[in-house]
Write a protein that binds this ligand. Structure first.
Ligand code: 4NP
Length: 187
């Protein structure tokens, strides 16, 4: 972007104002393997909690998979049903993580240690500081994986929602704390 001497961008908007507006939004991406169970749940729950707190406008929230196995599919019906029981609609369509995501998102949260490893392998090293394990923020069992519910029974989907809800609450508090509000630099 080029600026004229009066500080306006070529688009005509004062540069400082545009920068302020851009910095107010924090972009976060949740990542699991298939992008049909755990990360869509995290996306839906985090967005719901942010909206409930009147902070919906502060976050851009999305999810993706390290695999491309389910591209274009809605979240698993069992996951959608468990979320609907708590008044949360999951609206995502599965997609695979792209190289652009590392640039476009301020924070990328892996649902388990395998996802984390894949993301760190895929991302250029100057983006590694953005990539974190989601359950670092779990107040009950920090550092654990979100268990993959895909091959199990319905109780696994309820467990995922419990984990994702308490962890998202902590994450929201962290991301809206003084240190992190309005920053693009998670380091
Ligand atoms: P997710 O769960 O990573 O939480 O979306 C899975 C979905 C699909 C498969 C594995 C895990 N799968 O093997 O197709």
């Amino acid at each position: 972007m080029e600026y004229s001497p009066d500080g306006r961008s070529r688009a005509g908007q004062p540069a400082a104002r545009r920068d302020r507006i851009e910095r107010m939004v924090t972009r976060i991406l949740f990542v699991c393997l298939g992008n049909i169970c755990r990360s869509p749940a995290a996306e839906g729950v985090f967005r719901h909690l942010a909206e409930e707190a009147g902070l919906g406008h502060v976050f851009v929230v999305d999810s993706a998979g390290t695999s491309g196995w389910h591209i274009g599919e809605p979240a698993d019906a069992r996951m959608r049903e468990a979320a609907a029981m708590r008044g949360i609609r999951l609206t995502s369509r599965a997609r695979q993580v792209s190289q652009d995501d590392f640039d476009e998102y301020d924070w990328i949260f892996a649902m388990d240690a395998t996802n984390l490893r894949h993301l760190r392998r895929q991302a250029p090293s100057d983006y590694h500081h953005k990539i974190r394990l989601f359950r670092e923020f779990d107040p009950e069992e920090p550092g654990a994986d979100v268990p993959d519910p895909y091959y199990g029974g319905p109780e696994g989907f309820v467990e995922v929602l419990d984990i994702v809800t308490r962890t998202s609450r902590e994450l929201l508090a962290f991301l809206t704390s003084d240190r992190h509000t309005g920053t693009h630099d998670p380091a």
